[in-house]
Design a protein around this ligand. Structure first.
Ligand SMILES: NC(=O)c1ccc[n+]([C@@H]2O[C@H](COP(=O)([O-])OP(=O)(O)OC[C@H]3O[C@@H](n4cnc5c(N)ncnc54)[C@H](O)[C@@H]3O)[C@@H](O)[C@H]2O)c1
Length: 370
């Protein structure tokens, strides 16, 4: 049994729910600057371990793992504090919103000997996991291209108090599709794309593009496409997701195209479509697992994905294989995102090695604690 401390209790609610229902975890501490929110989470999960002091939670020797769900710009320093305290870390996506503090986190992880998981929730949806199984079983043959998107009307996010300086959508939004792509094409080498700021985003006082389209090239020459759109309405309405089979679009999708077949995994629809050489084409629905994935109603919190990664991380801590993405994989994904950001400034393709090198990071990073 492992003991979890949760920092940031907005989306942190999902990991609390996951730990609450897990055989492998108990919750030892919860922390937020917002006292009313902390007390509400205590009531919701029958806890009595809320503090507004992160230092106090880190000093609790019963806790072995800290899960971080604070706003993006705070992740690096909250990771470093947890690693200095000798805690394993789960950090939500985006791991960081730039590489400035990446090396310091890497060094802190190496010095601590602790394990590290990036909470890339999208990998852990039922359709995405089924897609990975089919890929590793060889059903697609060699894949040549991957297309992934994450389009979500996030205007409510743009109105958050911490978002007043502008949300970096490349990190906050595209971290999902870029991570999905890198699961299949890990050695993305170069990126190129365009971004534009929508009128809706400007009206909310935001800076920077929220409509983004990019092409990614892997070392092998294979190519991928990712896109994101965060200030405009989507095709999907919450109620329609209940009728997933008839939706014409999903907020998040990943398509793999291989020599022996293609397949597409969707979110929040629990839907997976495939066409393999040695099987009739079809579509699977995992609607029977809706209560596991969307346990707070609607699909605003997708706690089942968090449950899947939390339990897999417990297995890693008990000597099992790396749950992933680990810190190295996470840092490389941030480097891809930073190269995208630079590409918009420069108007030309940018190599990942360039941004890694500038931050003293090796192109082929070895895990700090293999
Ligand atoms: N799919 C996913 O995995 C997913 C989904 C949504 C959000 N997120 C990520 O989770 C993070 C939080 O997003 P959110 O929507 O919950 O935001 P939020 O603003 O609702 O919640 C953040 C919480 O952190 C608290 N906080 C801030 N600084 C703190 C500090 N120093 N000490 C203690 N508490 C502090 C705030 O009081 C707030 O309650 C972001 O990084 C976001 O990108 C991930």
């Amino acid at each position: 049994m492992h003991t979890l401390g949760v920092l940031g209790l907005g989306e942190g609610r999902s990991i609390l729910s996951a730990a609450h229902t897990s055989k492998h975890w108990r919750v030892g501490g919860i922390c937020d600057l917002d006292e009313a929110l902390g007390q509400a989470r205590e009531r919701e999960f029958g806890l009595a371990c809320f503090t507004t002091s992160y230092d106090e939670m880190l000093a609790d020797s019963n806790i072995d793992t800290i899960a971080i769900y604070t706003p993006d710009p705070w992740h690096a320093r909250h990771c470093i504090a947890a690693l200095h305290a000798g805690m394993n870390v789960i950090c939500t996506k985006p791991l960081f919103d730039g590489l400035t503090e990446a090396k310091a986190v890497f060094e802190a992880a190496r010095a601590s000997g602790c394990r590290f998981l990036v909470g890339q929730s999208s990998r852990w949806g039922e359709p995405m996991q089924r897609q990975w199984q089919d890929y590793t079983a060889g059903k697609l043959g060699e894949i040549w291209t991957v297309e992934a998107h994450y389009h979500h009307d996030h205007r409510h996010y743009m109105a958050n108090s911490w978002a007043k300086d502008g949300i970096k959508w490349i990190y906050c939004g595209l971290s999902h599709p870029v991570d999905l792509v890198r699961r299949y094409l890990p050695d993305i080498e170069e990126v190129f794309g365009y971004g534009v700021q929508s009128g809706a985003s400007k009206a909310l006082g935001q800076n920077g593009p929220d409509v983004l389209h990019f092409v990614l090239k892997a070392g092998s020459g294979k190519i991928a496409r990712v896109s994101g759109c965060y200030g405009l309405p989507t095709l999907v309405k919450d109620a329609q997701v209940m009728d997933a089979v008839h939706n014409r679009d999903s907020l998040k999708s990943i398509i793999l195209r291989g020599e022996r077949g293609s397949c597409r995994a969707d979110y929040p629809d629990l839907r997976y479509a495939y066409n393999f050489e040695d099987a009739p084409s079809g579509m699977l629905s995992f609607e029977s697992k809706r209560d596991h994935y969307y346990r707070f109603g609607g699909f605003s919190h997708h706690a089942g994905e968090f449950q899947n990664y939390l339990d897999t991380f417990a297995a890693e801590l008990d000597g099992g294989p790396t749950a992933g993405p680990d810190l190295c994989e996470g840092i490389y994904t941030v480097a891809v995102l930073q190269a995208m950001e630079r590409c918009l400034e420069r108007g030309a393709p940018v190599k990942i090695a360039e941004v890694l090198g500038e931050h003293g990071l090796a192109e082929r990073m070895q895990p700090p604690n293999p």
